[in-house]
Design a protein around this ligand. Structure first.
Ligand SMILES: Nc1ncnc2c1ncn2[C@@H]1O[C@H](COP(=O)(O)OP(=O)(O)O)[C@@H](O)[C@H]1O
Ligand SMILES: [Mg+2]
Length: 257
């Protein structure tokens, strides 16, 4: 658990060069002292009150369950600065007109990456796609709506099958149509790992690598997404051709309502 007092104390201990099992755990969870400072600011400015437990430790980021001042759960995604594959990230940043003249050092790239996930979520949320509502991005930290119930994170499509497959698929295609053709964002990492199931309906997550159509590789990323979508739906017993999917997504995205 990290609240403002503890974060303050940890910053001091870190700067003292303390090497202990406890500090090693902190390093594994929140990575570095600059991230502790960022968390401190987010707490000071009342975006969050405390981080509770780690929900996910990934290659590029850790995700925590946190609590905001009204007592609601929020999700806090912290990108690793040191070990992130920033060469790989560059491919998804370079050519995005929203972020030009990005400095090519680690910390700037990661900061812009978190901002990109924020902007993508914002655009998709506004377009009515089912994604977590973004709250703020600061440095390598993104705060967003917690997807789950009673503090328990929603499972991934990878791990559970929806009860009402027809309804689930319908909502998924509607959300993706809105994402690609109303918000104008290509997810670029669509998979059953990045779709959560809340109340038997999809919530699409992990939009950091998402790019707008203006990006030079958007079409390539889009083709890959659609092929993965086709395979995913086939696993759910729903067979579509790529051509059929394109028509459905476009109709859904461009329709009104
Ligand atoms: N907003 C959220 N609410 C609840 N759980 C989340 C949220 N965002 C991510 N998670 C959990 O954290 C995991 C990793 O998040 P993701 O954004 O996919 O990052 P990664 O880059 O590590 O794949 C997800 O599979 C999910 O279990
Ligand atoms: Mg993911």
């Amino acid at each position: 658990m990290y609240d403002i007092r503890r974060v303050e104390e940890l910053i001091a201990r870190w700067e003292n060069g303390e090497r202990s099992a406890e500090m090693r755990k902190v390093r594994n969870e929140v990575f570095d002292v600059l991230t502790l400072r960022t968390l401190y600011k987010l707490m000071e400015q009342k975006y969050i009150v405390r981080l509770e437990n780690v929900i996910s430790t990934g290659k590029e980021a850790n995700v925590f369950r946190a609590v905001d001042p009204s007592g609601e759960y929020v999700a806090v995604k912290i990108y690793r600065v040191e070990t992130s594959e920033f060469r790989h990230m560059w491919k998804y940043l370079d050519g995005d007109p929203r972020f030009f003249r990005v400095k090519r050092n680690r910390r700037s790239i990661i900061r812009v990456w978190a901002k990109k996930e924020y902007k993508n979520l914002e655009a998709c949320f506004r377009a009515g796609a089912s994604v977590p509502y973004p709250i703020i991005s600061r440095d390598n930290v993104l705060v967003m709506e917690f997807v789950g119930e009673n503090g328990i994170p929603a499972p991934r499509l990878k791990d559970v099958t929806p009860d009402d497959v027809d309804g689930f698929v319908d909502t998924l295609l509607d959300s993706l149509g809105r994402m690609y053709f109303r918000a104008g964002i290509v997810h670029a990492d669509l998979s059953e790992y990045n779709i959560l199931i809340r109340q038997d309906r999809p919530v699409i997550i992990d939009l950091g690598q998402g790019v707008p159509w203006e990006h030079p590789m958007s079409l390539e990323f889009f083709r890959r997404d659609i092929e993965r979508l086709r395979a995913m739906l086939s696993d759910l017993g729903k067979e579509y051709t790529v051509k059929e999917l394109l028509t459905i997504l476009e109709t859904r995205g461009k329709g009104d309502g």
